[in-house]
Design a protein around this ligand. Structure first.
Ligand code: GLA
Length: 350
C-alpha cells in the first residue's frame, strides 16, 4: 500500500514524470515559452514546468498593458509571471521596452492632444524603461529593448513609426542606454522578424553594426522565428545566425512558431475555399521543418543562447487570428490537447 502511494506521488510530480525539451537541450541552450499569467494557474502549468526553463511574458510587459496611463503602472500580470518564474527557478526574458505596437494612448500626445516633442518623448521613454527595468532587476536576465524598428519597405532602413517620426533614429540608442543604466548586468537585445530573409537580414545587420560602432550597449539580437512550412531554408538560417554572431552579439530565437501557411503581413478575411485542416501531410511537413531548424540550432549552439516558443500548445496561438481571423493554425510542438506532436519527437530525437 505504502509503495503504491509513493509511486502515485512520484508520478504526480510534474518535473519528475517525464523528460522535457529543456532536459534534451540542457547542454545546448535554455528552451523558453511565451505565457500569459492565466497559463500559470491552468492545466498548461504542468506542461510549462515539465518542458521549459525560461519564460517570456506574451503581453504583460508591453508598454500599453504595463503602463496604461502616464502616472500609473499595472504590475499585476507582469509580477505574477516573474514571481512564478522565480519560485520555480526559471529564467525570464523581458519583452519589450520600446515598440510601435501595443503602445498606451497617452504616449505620443500631450494634454491638448497634440503630438509631443522629441524631448518629451525621450523623457517618457527614459521614465518608462528606468521604472520597469529597475523593478525586475536581478530577476530578468535579458530584455528585448527595441522591437521591430527596421522597416518592411526594403528601400529604407528604419520604420516610419511615431518613435521615428518624433525622435529620428536616436530613440534606438537611447532606449539601450536607459536600459543599461537601470540594470548594467541585464543582456540587452534588438528583436525583429524575417531576419533570415537576405534582404532584411542585411538591413538589420547594418543597424546593429551602426549601434555597436557608436558604442551603444547592445549585447544580442533576437530572431523572432515566426516561420512557416515555406521558410527559412537551413542555409538562410545558418547564414543569419553566423552573420549576426560575427558582430560579437549573442543570438536568440525569441518567438518561435511554424505556421502551416505561407507568411503574409497584412490582415485579410478568410477565403471561402481556404481549408484549415491539419492533414497528416502537413503534420509530416511541419515535423520535417522543425527537425531541420533544430539541427541548425544545435550546430550553432555556440552563438545561440536561447530558443523561445511563442505560446504553449496549438490550443491557443496568436496565429489563429493573424493574419487571417478565424483560420486555425497549428504552429507549436504540442497539439490542442497538450500532447506532443510528430514535430516534438523530431526535435528531441537527435
Ligand atoms: C511580434 C511581437 C510579439 C507578439 C507577436 C504576435 O512578434 O514581438 O510580442 O506581439 O508579434 O503575437
Amino acid at each position: 500500500m505504502r509503495s503504491i502511494l509513493i509511486l502515485l506521488l512520484i508520478a504526480s510530480i510534474p518535473c519528475c514524470a517525464q523528460k522535457g525539451l529543456k532536459d534534451y537541450y540542457h547542454d545546448y541552450f535554455p528552451i523558453g515559452v511565451a505565457v500569459s499569467p492565466r497559463a500559470l494557474t491552468s492545466p498548461d502549468t504542468t506542461l510549462i514546468l515539465q518542458q521549459f526553463n525560461s519564460l517570456t511574458p506574451e503581453n504583460a510587459m508591453k508598454m500599453g498593458p504595463i503602463h496604461p496611463e502616464e502616472n500609473r503602472y499595472n504590475w499585476k500580470d507582469a509580477d505574477a509571471i516573474v514571481d512564478f518564474a522565480v519560485r520555480h527557478g526559471l529564467k525570464v526574458r523581458g519583452h519589450n521596452l520600446c515598440w510601435h505596437q501595443q503602445t498606451p494612448a497617452w504616449l505620443f500626445k500631450d494634454d491638448h492632444g497634440a503630438t509631443v516633442t522629441k524631448e518629451v518623448l525621450l523623457q517618457r521613454l527614459k521614465d518608462h524603461i528606468t521604472t520597469v527595468v529597475d523593478r525586475y532587476k536581478g530577476r530578468i536576465y535579458a530584455w528585448d529593448v527595441v522591437n521591430e524598428a527596421v522597416a518592411d519597405d526594403s528601400t529604407t532602413l528604419l520604420r516610419n513609426s511615431p518613435w521615428y517620426a518624433i525622435c529620428g533614429e536616436e530613440f534606438i540608442a537611447k532606449a539601450f542606454e536607459y536600459a543599461h543604466a537601470a540594470d548594467p548586468t541585464a543582456q540587452l537585445f534588438y528583436n525583429d522578424y524575417n531576419t533570415e530573409r537576405p534582404e532584411k537580414r542585411e538591413r538589420v545587420y547594418k543597424l546593429l553594426k551602426h549601434l555597436l560602432d557608436a558604442g551603444v550597449p547592445i549585447t544580442g539580437v533576437g530572431l523572432q522565428g515566426h516561420w512557416s512550412l515555406f521558410e527559412p531554408s537551413a542555409e538562410e538560417l545558418r547564414t543569419a545566425i553566423t552573420r549576426f554572431a560575427s558582430l560579437g552579439l549573442k543570438v536568440q530565437i525569441t518567438e518561435l512558431d511554424m505556421s502551416i501557411y505561407a507568411w503574409e503581413k497584412n490582415r485579410r478575411q478568410r477565403r471561402p475555399d481556404e481549408s484549415d485542416v491539419f492533414t497528416p501531410e502537413l503534420q509530416q511537413r511541419q515535423a520535417d521543418e522543425y527537425k531541420k531548424v533544430f539541427a541548425v540550432f544545435r550546430q550553432q549552439a555556440k552563438a545561440l543562447t536561447g530558443v523561445t516558443f511563442w505560446n504553449i500548445t496549438d490550443r491557443y496561438t496568436w496565429l489563429d487570428n493573424y493574419p487571417v481571423p478565424g483560420r486555425k493554425n497549428y504552429p507549436l510542438l504540442f497539439d490542442i490537447n497538450g500532447q506532443p506532436k510528430k514535430a516534438f519527437y523530431e526535435v528531441v530525437n537527435f
